[in-house]
Design a protein around this ligand. Sequence first.
Ligand SMILES: [Zn+2]
Length: 136
Amino acid sequence: MHEWALAEGVVTAALDAAAKQKLVRVTKLVVRVGALQRISPDFFRKALSSVLPEDDPRLESVEFELSAEPAVMGCRGCGHTFEPGQAGDLDADQLEAIHFIPELAHGYLSCPKCESSDFDVRQGRGIWLDAVEGER
Ligand SMILES: [Zn+2]
């Protein structure tokens, strides 16, 4: 499952950030999970906990703050931005298809304002490490 690789990536990035900020303890990681990623924040929290290196004292009491970032599409025709839920209901398979091949969204969705199907995925893909908090 690629969740574990993503979780390891977040932890690696957090340790890099902690080293740059010269933190002796990391108290909180703030992570955003894109809606098109199809990983629930609760599940990703568990994945993060399970990939923490046991021998790194900086992470002994780290907490995770996870939030879901909604998917947002931006119309290339009129500039309108919209969430997939406003443009017709998508099922999980369609959302997954859009995540891996964003071009497929054009077959499922059109801009609610001008009905163009020419748009980009602006938000909702990927996982971001927003902040690393800790003590120096
Ligand atoms: Zn439009």
